[in-house]
Ligand binder design. Structure first.
Ligand SMILES: Nc1nc2c(ncn2[C@@H]2O[C@H](COP(=O)(O)OP(=O)(O)OP(=O)(O)O)[C@@H](O)[C@H]2O)c(=O)[nH]1
Length: 603
């Protein structure tokens, strides 16, 4: 047995270091030792407590003090500093230099040219009577070259009441509606003359079932006779129908879009397609200079300032909502759930929402965010990142390789295609470029009328066909016309629905194919209505399948609180939003810029 002192002392588990020290040699009084021990314990507790508090605080963000100031709503701040970014098409190099460079803006006055004389140019010349009158108007209206065309699409829905055709015929920018119908189908009589081949009765093609139904159509002379539509057997071919988007007209008939106007493609193969469009005497190609704009066009650069505030609804729900949550104090699980809900309600979609929330949580924790300013910056950073700031957003609308850029504008009815086409034309014209519009939306007369009006106002020539004409043919004519005239860009407005039961996608695919026989389509802009949320996304997927969308135009962002759709569209489609519509006004189109957009939402 060893001495208890010598053994127990060092082995005693109770004594602290201090006590031991005391015992070992300091010889301090027990009272002092106890005090020191107590002090040590307190220190340790304080340290532990401090660490705990630190850890807790690091998970919470309290922005209360500065929050009020931060949340104070400000006016809109959307400003796309750089203006529109246009580049040359893809056909050749992607180099920029526009062939014609920003010219000295719109010609003051119509370069006195017999604006529109369908001097019965080329082969199909068939100078229609109408042409004689030499439409005084701007280059738009062209005399109805009537048709020898087979297009079965014709069973023109009553020429009158072009306004809307069921559904949301969507009113145009107000300008349209002047059913100066007269033009094409109404005055059709001469048509008969043109179409000598008409009578020939091609047996095949049992003809569209509904075709006959439309008896009234007194106008259409050939209508009854032409069993046309040689129904190309392969017609139904590959083309994915994609009825999806289409509200009605779901069925996609194999009845092939009126025998591929392929024909026209190669050279002006006489009557066929050409005739369908009452365009301008194409073959002769006498360039008809565009008329001068009939109204002032706001310059692209500075005008975006005016659009501030148009994102008000999205800002108050998404931007202010997020800032409010982040600045409300502790960010616990419930708070994050609310952040998620806010993002979802703004239409960011679940995957984008998850990604954004995850990034926010991680960065807020790792960077020790403390103030509202820091939170806002972090939020901005994450949101901008999610919008792919590096995506190429220039619109390929400038001439290249000695020919115009071809821009196809697609989308379902009512999304704002025609309006966007008109707005885009204005921006280009204001930049000194020469533009030609192609009214390939032949579903309703008002659509072409509407586009022509946009053209007149902007000083751009418009090529159009009669209602019910083959859209592909009109598009083809427009591109040829634009090439012959040496314009910088040909903007093709397409239909959002059709007369026939042919699938919209089939038709669109056909338009693109036919156009590509003479020129590359440099840009395919898909117009989506931001207010339709998920529905728009569904449409987008379908379109992408068929026409290789190169850019998205998100319209009506001014009328929705769901600006978050921008994030989702890009993520889902992998296609950049290039332009945004922020109002019905002629100059309410802006280039999309991630930073400016997010800033507008957060301030
Ligand atoms: N508020 C708002 N309205 C818009 C915007 N863009 C277009 N619109 C309106 O949306 C409606 C439909 O526009 P259209 O250009 O006729 O649409 P569309 O896609 O050509 O329609 P269809 O010819 O039927 O296929 C019109 O009343 C336009 O003024 C926008 O950015 N904001």
């Amino acid at each position: 047995m060893s001495s208890p002192t010598s053994l127990t002392a060092p082995l005693d588990p109770a004594p602290t270091d201090v006590a031991l020290a005391a015992q070992v040699g300091t010889g301090l009084a027990p009272g002092v030792v106890a005090a020191i021990v107590a002090a040590a314990i307190i220190v340790i507790l304080l340290v532990v407590l401090g660490i705990g508090l630190y850890l807790r605080r690091s998970r919470q963000v309290s922005l209360a003090e500065e929050e009020e100031e931060e949340r104070r709503p400000t006016k809109g701040t959307y400003k796309a500093g750089g203006g529109f970014d246009f580049t040359a098409g893809t056909g050749g190099s992607t180099l920029t230099p526009p062939r014609r460079g920003p010219a000295p803006l719109p010609p003051e006055e119509p370069p006195a040219e017999p604006a529109e004389r369908p001097e019965a140019g080329g082969p199909q010349g068939t100078a229609p009577p109408g042409a004689a009158e030499a439409p005084p108007a701007p280059a738009t209206d062209s005399a109805p070259t009537t048709d020898a065309a087979p297009p079965d699409l014709s069973p023109p829905t009553t020429p009158t009441a072009p306004g809307r055709a069921d559904g949301d015929g969507t009113t145009g920018p107000g300008v349209l509606e002047e059913p100066e119908v007269a033009g094409p189908q109404a005055t059709a009589p001469p048509a008969a003359a043109e179409a000598p081949p008409a009578p020939t009765v091609e047996p095949e093609a049992p003809v569209e079932p509904e075709a006959p139904v439309e008896p009234e159509a007194p106008v259409e002379p050939e209508a009854p006779v032409e069993p046309e539509a040689p129904v190309e057997p392969e017609a139904p071919a590959a083309e994915p129908e994609a009825p999806a988007a289409e509200p009605e007209a779901p069925t996609l008939e194999p009845e092939a879009p009126t025998a591929e106007p392929e024909a026209p493609a190669e050279a002006p193969p006489g009557p066929t397609t050409e005739s369908t469009t009452e365009t301008i005497a194409p073959s002769t190609g006498t360039p008809v200079p565009p008329a001068a704009p009939t109204e002032e066009i706001a310059p692209a650069e500075g005008r975006l300032e005016r659009l501030r505030g148009r994102l008000g609804r999205s800002r108050s729900t998404l931007g202010q909502g997020l800032l409010g949550l982040l600045g409300a104090g502790d960010l616990d699980e419930d708070s994050w759930e609310e952040v998620e809900d806010t993002l979802l309600m703004a239409d960011l979609g679940s995957s984008t929402t998850q990604e954004i929330v995850a990034k926010l949580r991680e960065r807020i924790a790792s960077r020790g965010v403390r103030t509202p300013e820091q939170a806002r910056e972090l939020l901005r950073e994450v949101l901008v990142e999610s919008l792919g700031p590096d995506m190429e957003r220039s619109v390929r609308a400038l001439a290249h390789d000695g020919r115009p850029a071809v821009v196809l504008i697609a989308g379902v009815n009512g999304t704002g295609k025609t309006t966007t086409t008109g707005k885009l034309a204005r921006v280009l014209v204001a930049g000194g470029y020469v533009v030609l519009l192609g009214a390939a939306d032949t579903f309703r007369a008002a659509a072409a009328e509407q586009l022509a009006t946009w053209g007149e106002r902007a000083g751009a020539e418009t090529v159009r066909g009669k209602e019910g004409a083959d859209p592909a043919s009109v598009a083809f004519d427009a591109v040829r016309r634009g090439t012959e005239s040496g314009v910088d860009a040909v903007l093709l407005d397409t239909a959002g629905r059709l007369h026939t039961k042919t699938g919209l996608m089939d038709e669109l695919g056909k338009v693109k194919r036919v156009v590509e026989r003479q020129a590359d389509v440099d840009e395919v802009l898909l117009v989506l209505d931001a207010t339709t949320g998920q529905n728009g996304l569904t449409q987008a997927r379908v379109f992408r399948e068929v026409v290789d969308v190169t850019g998205v135009v998100l319209t009506k962002l001014d009328g929705t609180a769901k600006g978050g759709i921008v994030f989702q569209v890009q993520r889902e489609l992998g296609v950049p939003v290039k332009l945004v519509g922020l109002g019905e006004g002629p100059d309410d189109l802006a280039p999309f810029e991630p930073e400016a957009f997010v800033d507008a939402l957060l301030r």
